[in-house]
Design a protein around this ligand. Structure first.
Ligand code: 4JN
Length: 446
């Protein structure tokens, strides 16, 4: 017998979807491991978050850009031992091309800037919100995708650029109710390490690798860090001095170690002075141990952290002046940050700052009789053409059902299309919050 396509709810008989029952293959209705669905409630929170990202980016005068989630694998192949490389979600496509789901957005930005060449005027101030991927053995049960908000300034060599980026993130935090008591930014400069490595004659080409090893300083035992540093050929004495400088607690102490002539001190002093002018001094602190885990940073680096210390870094960024030339591009300075969509939600939950976001519809329109369904469609269309949101009841339903749905979708008004009123071109309106009820000509309904 033919299988009813809707499980028999409608009573109509339609051709079966499959030749016979054996062909039905029960699928796993969960999303792939490490990925998320966004059902309406989740999507409302995501849109709320992303709208704040976009509004801050707009306030700062940044232009939105986007790139393919799929890139050539080569864009992400860096030899500095980064975790992001170890977890690259890469594969060979049907054209035997090595491709990868992007683990971050900055390489795509660099690619597009190079592609645009002289057709764009510097400085560029771009922002993007994009899904990024990693392939991690599920042993750790972590997510394999997240959305990242990025803001980048291309073509400004001065620390004013990094200072502006931090100001943008502070603006975002303030908009969602997060204060300087909740979070802070640890700020340092990779020029600290660079100047130390030069002092000990360590070859420049080891810089990225050394930074990636040192970034793990709070994640693996210090002996492991020393062993990995020794494997690069750095002397034990240099390693001791390096680790020593990372525990320096103030810019003055740093100046004692590095001397006052270096760029690291100059950049950091200027950044802290600009923080005063941007009005976010209470949000930032010098922390020499911040190096961040991306090999391409070359100067100021910063990361947002929760002061209670319960969560992973909320966001992070810095200057990456050498990235474009590594892809064959011009020697254009750049800096930017990435801000993930997951840790911030954990922080908002912890601070009880999650917004209450229910569905909201202005009108629910319902025909009181079957043969007025067309009239109800006319009423719904008239309201929608005036920019009013309408949930149109699409089949004959008892009024009790309609009232329950109206409550569930948080409708402000119930518009009933009845025979007598409709003959007069009118409908009946019930304001659900007050119970007020009146009749009105359709043309006067707004
Ligand atoms: N890079 C990256 C990508 C995806 C996730 Br989840 N975390 C970090």
């Amino acid at each position: 017998a033919a299988t009813k396509s809707d499980g028999g709810r409608s009573g109509s008989i339609v051709a079966p979807l499959v030749e016979n029952e054996e062909e039905v293959q029960k699928i796993d209705v969960n999303p792939p491991k490490g990925t998320r669905d966004f059902a309406p409630d989740d999507m409302r929170l995501r849109n709320w978050l992303f709208n704040h990202f976009k509004e801050v980016s707009r306030l700062f005068g940044y232009e939105e850009v986007d790139y393919p989630v799929l890139e050539t694998e080569a864009l992400f192949i860096r030899k500095a031992g980064e975790e992001i490389r170890d977890q690259l979600y890469c594969f060979e496509d049907r054209g035997n091309r090595r491709v990868a789901l992007r683990p971050e957005l900055t390489p795509s930005l660099a690619r597009l800037v190079i592609q645009k060449g002289k057709s764009v005027s510097l400085p560029l101030k771009w922002f993007a919100i994009g899904q990024c991927w990693r392939y991690e053995r599920m042993t750790r049960g972590r997510r394999r995708e997240h959305y990242q908000w990025n803001m980048d300034i291309i073509g400004v060599p001065h620390v004013t650029a990094e200072a502006e980026l931090i100001s943008a993130i502070v603006s975002f935090f303030k908009r969602i109710g997060i204060t300087a008591s909740d979070v802070g930014f640890k700020v340092s400069s990779r020029k600290v390490l660079q100047e130390m490595l030069r002092k000990y004659g360590v070859p420049e080409n080891l810089f990225g690798r050394v930074c990636i090893i040192i970034d793990k300083i709070e994640k693996i035992p210090i002996d492991e860090i020393k062993k990995e540093l020794e494997s690069t050929g750095i002397s034990e004495d240099a390693i001791e001095q390096l680790l020593q400088v990372l525990s320096v607690k103030s810019l003055d102490d740093l100046e004692d170690v590095l001397g006052g002539a270096g760029e690291a001190i100059a950049d950091l002093k200027q950044l802290f002075s600009l923080a005063e002018k941007f009005g976010y001094s209470e949000w930032i602190q010098f922390d020499a141990s911040v190096v961040r885990g991306l090999a391409y940073y070359t100067g100021i680096v910063f990361e947002g952290f929760d002061r209670k210390g319960n969560l992973r870094a909320i966001c992070g960024g810095g200057r990456y002046d050498r990235l474009l030339p590594t892809y064959g591009g011009d020697d254009i300075p750049a800096c930017g940050f990435g801000f993930g969509d997951a840790v911030i939600v954990e922080l908002l939950k912890e601070k009880n700052l999650l917004p209450e976001l229910g569905q909201e519809v202005e009108n629910i329109v319902c025909a009181l009789e079957k043969d007025l369904q067309g009239a109800a469609a006319t009423v719904a269309t008239a309201l929608r053409s005036k920019g009013q949101t309408v949930d149109l009841v699409l089949e004959s339903k008892p009024l009790k059902w309609v009232f329950k749905r109206a409550a569930r979708i948080n409708a402000r008004r119930l518009i009933l299309v009845g025979k007598t009123e409709w003959e007069d071109g009118s409908v009946s309106v019930k304001v659900l919050s007050s119970g007020e009820q009146f009749q009105v000509k359709l043309n006067d309904l707004e």
